[in-house]
Design a protein around this ligand. Structure first.
Ligand SMILES: Nc1ncnc2c1ncn2[C@@H]1O[C@H](COP(=O)(O)OP(=O)(O)OP(=O)(O)O)[C@@H](O)[C@H]1O
Ligand SMILES: [Mg+2]
Length: 439
């Protein structure tokens, strides 16, 4: 794919030469003769890099720069400056230009700068735009996502419920060269035990009662793409050996078939259980664990990256106000402080749900503490906010602690507790049953 370069310059001769040099080096080029024309082409054509002169009439390069920063902040813009106007170029750099080139333009330098600009442009792929947060942990996670996306290795993602395991898996898919292939998700906890094999590997017609026609199964559906095995800790032990075989041999055997079928799939899996503990208790196969966990990604609990709460809150307010077709609401410092000091047992999902409800119900133009749910506006440190997340604390135990704490606070009302945890009532019921928790 050819990269697209937009050049905005009023000197006809220079414009022609720059276009020739760049086209000669494999770029696709469009030109404009002043700022306004340039802005129009930019909007319609989506170039990868923009170069602009500063002194042009009627609309100059600074207007282009401001337009770009506001509307296309990720697109690098290079300033072309006449001899003697370096100062203006420096001002432009401070306003966010990528670099400047002085005239007469040195062709070798031109090509080098364009190349550098394209590399910078690639740094933050689109897939990461959905992952909000700039805490040190999130910055590291974004780097890991890019790294893990570039290999064929399997990735195991762990973290409490609602921390963003699925959104991270989707980001790995989108950042990888398999992005054009499918992303298929299987929730191992939600499928009845007897159906999982056929869900994963497919079956042939007549393989068992009710198998009226052939079924492809998730592995083959995900061919040339990504298979996301959610809640992998809930995969029945009987099926773990079959999964291991499929992952190692890169083939699947549909139920009732005699011949294995080759597949090319990148496996991502997620769990909030501690698989190592499960291995010790013989509930999870160690060989499968090592195969799935070639590399691992830990999604931290929200209370352990509370510096991201502000950004996430503003992001969700904007998102929901736009969805509800309302002007974007402001939020007071006090309300933000209450959100920042809450323990968020249901993590980002819970914050998202609270902001959705608040955006819907707030009838003023500013969110204050009064608009927040009772338990949050109290801003009292919850017992849970004591850092119970440590690497060696079993995640299943943590999950149980969180559920019990939420239930206690809500007088064991499951509906209210599930709201506080940010999960559905049936999900809470399922988990209570799973751990045998009763009042
Ligand atoms: N960093 C983030 N930026 C924006 N949205 C986020 C972020 N992390 C999580 N979310 C949102 O929070 C919700 C929960 O995230 P997700 O489903 O990925 O969590 P999970 O870890 O898979 O939870 P569970 O264990 O319950 O399946 C989603 O709506 C997701 O979009
Ligand atoms: Mg999930």
């Amino acid at each position: 794919m050819k990269h697209k370069i937009l050049i905005i310059e009023d000197e006809k001769r220079l414009l022609r030469i720059l276009k020739l040099v760049l086209e000669d080096n494999g770029y696709q080029v469009k030109t404009a003769r002043d700022g306004q024309q340039g802005i129009d082409v930019w909007t319609q054509w989506s170039p990868d890099v923009v170069m602009t002169d500063l002194q042009m009439k009627p609309v100059g390069g600074m207007a282009v720069l401001k337009f770009g920063r506001l509307n296309f902040p990720k697109i690098p813009l290079i300033i072309l400056t006449a001899f003697g106007s370096i100062e203006t170029a420096v001002t432009a750099m401070k306003t966010g230009a990528f670099d400047f080139l002085s005239k007469p333009v040195d062709h070798k330098q031109l090509l080098e700068i364009i190349e550098q600009a394209l590399v910078t442009n690639k740094k933050e792929p689109k897939s990461l735009e959905d992952l909000i947060g700039s805490s040190a942990q999130m910055e590291q996670i974004k780097k890991d996502i890019i790294l893990f996306a570039s290999t064929s290795s399997s990735v195991l993602i762990n973290g409490e419920s609602g921390t963003g395991k699925e959104i991270a898996a989707r980001a790995i898919h989108e950042a990888s060269e398999r992005q054009k292939g499918p992303f298929i998700k299987i929730n191992c906890a939600a499928i009845p035990k007897e159906l999982i094999e056929s869900e994963l590997f497919g079956h042939i017609k007549g393989a068992f009662t009710g198998a009226f026609k052939d079924r492809k199964g998730a592995f083959r559906q995900a061919d040339k793409g990504v298979l996301f095995l959610d809640e992998i800790g809930d995969l029945p032990i009987e099926l773990q050996a079959k999964l291991l075989h499929a992952v190692e041999e890169k083939t699947v055997m549909p139920v009732g078939a005699n011949n294995p079928i080759p597949v090319s799939v990148k496996i991502l899996s997620a769990t909030n259980l501690n698989l190592e503990t499960m291995i010790n208790e013989s509930n999870f196969r160690a060989d499968l664990y090592y195969r799935l966990n070639t590399v691992s990604l830990h999604m931290p609990a929200l209370r352990n990256k509370s510096e991201d709460i502000g950004k996430l809150t503003l992001f969700f307010i904007k998102k929901f106000c736009q969805e509800f077709k309302k002007p974007v609401l402001n939020i007071t410092d006090n309300a933000m402080q209450a959100l920042e000091s809450h323990s968020w047992p249901g993590n980002v999902r819970q914050l998202k749900n609270v902001m959705e409800r608040t955006a819907l119900t707030c009838t003023q133009d500013t969110i204050t503490c009064d608009h927040l749910p009772e338990n949050i506006k109290a801003a009292e440190p919850q017992p849970i906010s004591q850092n119970i997340e440590t690497n060696d604390l079993d995640m299943a135990t943590q999950e149980q602690n969180l559920m019990i704490a939420a239930l206690e606070r809500c007088g064991w009302n499951q509906s209210n507790a599930s709201k506080e945890l940010g999960i559905t009532r049936s999900a809470l019921r399922y988990r209570l049953q799973k751990y045998g928790i009763k009042k």
